[in-house]
Design a protein around this ligand. Sequence first.
Ligand SMILES: [Zn+2]
Length: 112
Amino acid sequence: MAALAVANCRRPQCANPIPAALAAERLCLGHFLDEAFLRADHTLDRCREGCAINASELEWLLADALAVVNNLDDEMAQPDPEMRDRMLELLLILANLQEYVAHHSIRLEYLA
Ligand SMILES: [Zn+2]
């Protein structure tokens, strides 16, 4: 019985399985990290430039992405060393972002 089909990553031409921690994002670990890096870098740049930050984007980064990385850490007994490095790097960027938000007055914009 294949009642519980394991979905694959939603990116075109990616057949990698989705880890449980990423079920909501429907991305494999590699693609999730790509996306999280892009979004974190972009948001951090906007913070430093004094631009308004999209509130839901910030929340996604500081709540969802952070939770995902923490869950993945528990889920993977023996993570791929390269993936592990990238996860740690992402955690560092998210920590910088959190720090920045805590110590600077940033403008949030609330879009739908
Ligand atoms: Zn993928």
